[in-house]
Write a protein that binds this ligand. Structure first.
Ligand SMILES: [Cu+2]
Length: 97
């Protein structure tokens, strides 16, 4: 019985480690932000995407820095989320829309 628990613990730890390894941070360029409220809209849209853990939007830089679990979401999903909120966004200048 004890051995079973130990094995379960080791497996859980392994999963946690692999989930951690999949966390990525990307910078999205969001050129369409034109006022102080835009970054809030963009941040809220990105925070709704499953797997997103941290969002920092800079109006001055016209950028959104997003930390996400790439096992749960994709860069395309992040771009789609801002697009649906009314803002096109791109990573590394690459346009997917
Ligand atoms: Cu605005």
């Amino acid at each position: 019985m004890l051995r079973k628990f130990t094995l379960a613990f080791i497996l859980a730890s392994a999963f946690a480690a692999s989930a951690f390894a999949a966390v990525r941070t990307v910078t999205l360029s969001v050129p369409g932000m034109y006022c102080e409220v835009c970054p809030i809209t963009v941040r809220k849209a990105l925070e709704k995407v499953p797997g997103v853990s941290k969002v920092n939007v800079s109006f001055e830089k016209k950028e959104a820095v997003v930390t996400f679990d790439d096992a749960k979401t994709t860069i395309k999903a992040l771009e789609d989320a801002t697009f649906e909120a009314g803002y096109e966004s791109t990573v590394n200048g690459e346009k997917t829309k």
